[in-house]
Design a protein around this ligand. Structure first.
Ligand SMILES: [Zn+2]
Ligand SMILES: [Zn+2]
Length: 338
């Protein structure tokens, strides 16, 4: 089968490798759709993210859906031909965090496309059945792949305890910002204002139901709308990380999802004390996939409008470059495997 390897920063090569074996609790999945994520682009461009460094050729891609091609002997609830979304992080299932259900915090997680674990820019993938989720007929494989970013949005809204009637600011209108905004509405927020510096993304946010969408290069969010019960930061810049703390109301909650470079931060440590707000981190997600599928199935959340352009597997490198170079006209780039 074909697999696309990141050989070194800036170079993706196609290799022919054997189909993976599955164990008795696994599924062999014929991968059909994979979303290009910011992390894939960062590994492609620089070869590392934080402490994770690509040392051996690595298959990128972790937002994936496909069709079950083979089923392990002990798997009961799947059959060949089922459409499935694949949750990319397989935790140890044994540590304290796993046992508490917070398996996103498992120190022994194997996460797709995080070195040295391969991802899904490939034709087949062996997936433990308990981290695969059947998609109903109403949901396409493209949407199935995007249950991954949607999971990040659901987890962010849950971390912030977004509740009935809350006013919410979402900083950043990229793919994660747009699903976080929709998750906040689904959780009961009465008002969700989203910000970005790219008008195309702000227009998309309005189409998806944002109460308002503000270009922060032209307008000041706090001047226009004051403070918010919850502020969910998805942009990953030091400016938005700091701004989140200025926008939250006394006693509110800030959820930091996007990761800025720490050396540029300029934060007043007294702010969360004197205004008594919570600063929370949100790392990946846990227990979100089935809920994500249900929210899309019920038309509470839409993922299709996020998809901007699709490339075939052989053009994975072009997909990464396109996604990186075109923030003003693309939200989510997909790789389709036929
Ligand atoms: Zn992702
Ligand atoms: Zn664990």
């Amino acid at each position: 089968m074909k697999a696309m390897y990141l050989k070194e920063p800036g170079t993706i090569v196609e290799k022919d490798i054997p189909k993976p074996d599955i164990n008795e609790e696994g599924l062999l999945v014929e991968i059909k759709q994979v979303g290009v994520c910011g992390s894939d682009i960062e590994y492609y461009e620089t070869g590392k993210i934080g402490e994770f460094v690509v040392e051996e050729p690595l298959i990128l891609g972790h937002e994936s859906a496909g069709v079950v091609a083979d089923v392990g002997e002990k798997v009961e609830n799947f059959e060949t031909g089922d459409k499935v979304a694949l949750e990319p992080g397989i935790p140890c299932r044994k540590c304290k965090h796993c046992k508490e259900g917070k398996y996103n915090l498992c120190p022994n997680v194997n996460f797709m496309a995080t070195p040295p674990i391969d991802g899904t820019f490939t034709e087949y993938f062996a997936q433990p059945a308990d981290f695969a989720y059947r998609l109903p007929d109403s949901i396409s494989l493209e949407e199935g792949a995007l249950m991954e970013p949607l999971s990040v949005g659901i987890h962010a809204a849950r971390r912030g305890n977004v509740d009935l009637g809350d006013s919410v600011a979402v900083l950043g209108a990229g793919p994660i910002g747009l699903v976080t905004m929709q998750s906040a509405f689904a959780a009961g927020a009465s008002k969700v204002i989203i910000t970005d510096i790219v008008d195309f993304r702000l227009e998309k946010a309005k189409d998806l139901g944002a109460t308002d969408a503000i270009n922060v290069q032209k307008d000041d969010l706090k001047d226009l709308y004051g403070e918010f019960d919850k502020v969910l930061q998805t942009a990953g810049t030091s400016d938005t990380y700091e701004e989140a703390m200025h926008l939250v109301d006394r006693g509110g909650k800030v959820v930091q999802v996007g990761t800025p470079s720490a050396d540029e931060l300029n934060i007043d440590p007294n702010e969360p004390i004197t205004r008594e707000f919570d600063i929370l981190g949100a790392f990946r997600y846990a227990n979100t996939y089935q809920d994500a599928i249900n929210l899309v199935h019920s038309d509470t959340i839409s993922l299709k409008p996020l998809i901007s352009k699709t490339f075939p597997l052989e053009e994975t490198e072009e997909a990464l470059i396109y996604s990186s170079e075109n923030p003003e006209k693309s939200i989510k780039t997909m790789v389709e495997i036929s």
